[in-house]
Design a binder for this molecule. Sequence first.
Ligand code: BEZ
Length: 219
Amino acid sequence: MEQNQEPQIISLPRIGDAAPVFKAVTTQGKINFPADYKGKWIILFSHPADFTPVCTSEFMTFAKRESEFSALNCQLAGLSIDGLYSHIAWLRTIKDKIEYKGMKNMEVTFPLIEDIAMEVAKKYGMIQPGESSTQAVRAVFFIGPKGIVRAIIYYPLSSGRNFDELKRALIAMQTADAYAVATPVDWQPGDDVIVPPAGSCGVAKDRMETKEEGVTCYD
Ligand code: BEZ
């Protein structure tokens, strides 16, 4: 930052906030976000630019794995500060020309949002000027079925994301919602979960003394 220059205020939605609303043009037509996906989980993710290698590897992987996310009632939506025609050309290049780690002819059928005016990127804090003032960092917003931001992960421009972790985090949140439980370190689907702490001495005593099948009480 230049000396005497006012620091730029970056807005960033927080966990528990309503997802900022926007209307946008995408490679799948116009969208009204998040209203169009009410009742679904959404993973809204940004990438720095079309036609760049790390982004291309991520898009091919997301295209390959989209069905795993839709099976979890989760809509994917990508975004970069590029125009619609760049997005279309890039997705055609990915489908027609790029082969990577056994993936080829990958068709991206989830929406890729045009954000040439940076309107959405600014609302979601995807521009981090210390990293780049013209490219969005690799942000991931998990938005729940009621339009509330549930988790946020940020990566720098240089680091491609781990899609196993995105899927694991989604399933962990869905499991927490469905069963009112928490998930311990490195939890994987099928592993033990954690029930809420005992709310009274009586419940704590019962838990220690009653041997309930399938429940382990450590302390
Ligand atoms: C890439 O996607 O390859 C990339 C984009 C911006 C900075 C570094 C890498």
